[in-house]
Design a protein. Sequence first.
Length: 271
Amino acid sequence: MSNLFLRSITGFFFALIIIVSILLGPFSQSIVFGLFLLLGLWEFAKLFTERENNISPVVTTIAGSTIYFLLILGQLGILKSELVFAICLTILFLALLIELWRKQNSPIVSSSLIALAIAYLVIPFYLMNLLSAQELNSFPVLLGMILLIWTNDTFAYLIGSQIGKTPLFERISPKKTKEGTVGGIALTLIVGFLISYFTSLNDTLFWVMSSLVCGIFGVFGDLLESLFKRGLKIKDSGNILPGHGGILDRFDAVLFTVPFYYLWTQIYNLL
């Protein structure tokens, strides 16, 4: 019960911070999510510090966060997109160049990990910033995605723990079941329809399809994070969020879903 209480309190304030930052607007959201990105980059790099192939947490965090804020400046029109691209690529190459002095047994693996940190964390967080500027009938598109992913994650766990019997990917995540997965997606579809009902039924197609995107790819994001942790032989990516683990544990479904969700919003805008 004490762990459940701790998990509930942490989850409440975590959700509150995210929701409030989105509602306050793109600027506040980019700052808050930028802080989450800093913690995520540091956490990602620390996972490898005691292993044969590792990356520097300082270099990874500085390079990744700098690229993120440069992309934001490009989005705001403060810097030209061509200049932002050139500077970001330069920063990435400089981060890789540091491998010359680190004397790793497998510099290719270490360099690949830095590139993975940029692709897995920086780009999705930047795409969330792009989404924060979009609304449908005054309802934030980014907030809708977050709510749908949380719905899927919560009900997949609840339904799976009660009636789940058939493992979805036993080799990777033994506790995740097909029953829980189907139930989570079904409830996510209902929440998506409710969002369209209380905003505008003209957007029902968008929110129903968004529910499918968030439900399906949210599951894959969770499985991918489980695959990483199983390969590293760890339970949680960190302990910064009591009862929940680390930043990567909380954003696993979001990080993987964002590119697909953003692509869907662009397709919908063309319809």
